[in-house]
Design a protein around this ligand. Sequence first.
Ligand code: PEP
Length: 274
Amino acid sequence: MQSPFLSLTLLNAHSLKFLTKVNQKNRGRMKNLIAGNWKLKGSQNLADSYLNHLSENKPVNCTLLVCPTFDLLEYISEKWSQDFGFLGAQDCYHDDSAFNEGLASADKVARTGAGYIILGHSDRRHKCQETSGLVRKKVNLAWKHGLLPIVCVGEKSEERKSNLTQEVVKKQIIESIDFDHLDGSFVIAYEPVWAIGSGNIPTMEEIGIVHDEIRTLLITKIGSHQGKNIPILYGGSADSNNAEQILAVNNVNGLLIGGASLDIKGFGTIINKA
Ligand code: PEP
């Protein structure tokens, strides 16, 4: 098995900076990764308010990641400073050789200066019927183009009620990441589907159980040293009121935040608390 940290030549400058931070964390506590996923919302005004806020309040204690829509990614990247953190994209097409109309390829994403890409989000898995096999193709393409994939996993409400949460999450991870041919590093985001945008979140104990299970799985798959250093984010109705509590849970290494990232004031509070 290849180490996720061996393929550094494939990673672009943003990713390399991130991996350096990850490696630094090996000597201390892992810095939280706070990721804002604007989904199809956001505007140039929001981008400007982020840029103004961040130029006065550079994230110190956490690593910031902002994932706008593709058009805004190009807009914001022109004014982005590496001191702010990283930019990322939402999804890409699973085949960069084909002649496909209107879809962003991993190559195009990487050219914007983005370092990360969110893949397997529940909107894609459930509203667009994307399978873990498809997510795996995208993960491989992300690595090919030097992007760090954030692989989203999470159970639906009925799966939770049937006590299938851990089974579903583990299956999604195993099938979405080609552990036998790792060609880069990755981040996992645990996002219960029923928690996204609903205002409901699991208890801290429930979050802890799933994150511990994910950590154990990663260690089994890629060994203790690397498995312990893959960030595992929680996502689903995280906001400035609950962020601190969630971040205190064992094996929670950051947050993936949708709705609450659309207001830089509240999001700035989360960055300060992380
Ligand atoms: C998301 O869409 O990834 C998400 C976590 O959304 P929200 O924070 O709004 O629940």
